[in-house]
Design a protein around this ligand. Sequence first.
Ligand SMILES: [Zn+2]
Length: 307
Amino acid sequence: MGEGYHHFSIETVGDGVYVAIPDGGSNAGIVNLGDKTLIFDTFTTIGPARELKKAAERLTGRPPSLVINSHAHADHYQGNVVFADDAILIASIKTRNAIAEEGLFRLERMKNSMMEQANSLRKKLGQTSNENEKIQLDAILNEYDEFFEDYPHPKDIRLPVLIFEQSLTFQGSRRMAKLMTFGGAHSPCDAVLWLPDEKILFAGDLIIPNDNLILSQGNPENWLPILKQLEALGPTIIVPGHRGIIPADEGFAWARYYLNYVTDLADELSPCGNSTVSLEDLAAPPGCRHNWFIQNMDFLIKRHSLN
Ligand SMILES: [Zn+2]
């Protein structure tokens, strides 16, 4: 992608504040504190995480020594292994525990299921005499091989070692950064990074502009109250967990619009209301992928509503 980077493009959000934005996956922040370099989230796989480390060195003149995981979802912590030898890994206590409890299990399950898929394709390749199909299966199996090479193994799980409950402040020679959590909405615990002088907020997956918020793995009833607390900080720029950087007012407006859209719809369709409509027929908010929208709707209807 852009500026000589392979896995992402780098956007400068402020003097010494950068975001690595991949095409589709989760974002990662690079913050030059002046005497230290801080990373916010580490991607899903090893190749992009390695490149993130290199980008941080290139942009700040030193390797990162502080590495944060905003929350316990694979695309925000599985790159930890690349940084663990040189940096302090940091997360909230709930996030650290969720990675410890579920991360290893999830990696093993994912790897086993991919192995099974690859084995059945290999079997198919051995049985077919159709040349076109052979070429196609070969190409798919190559992709699987690349995946196995780049995807962390269960032994690559690296847990945060510096743990906070509510907040942790980094006072660098050039700027201050505050890591804090107001609880869990998208995940068991969502942390944000706040740069008070620049009014930049790294919001993690609490804000994903013009796309689905993912509601089914946390406590969505906390979402609106948390947004209120984030807004009270007074940010002007939001770095979301996915998608591009956005003016703060637009980021908050989108998150509220999305939450209200799906909860109003779920209230309408909840078992006491109209239950004859098929979920597949529901229209997602503009720009949102249908599969994640349906998953949210299914989750909300089963819970009746956020309230
Ligand atoms: Zn997430």
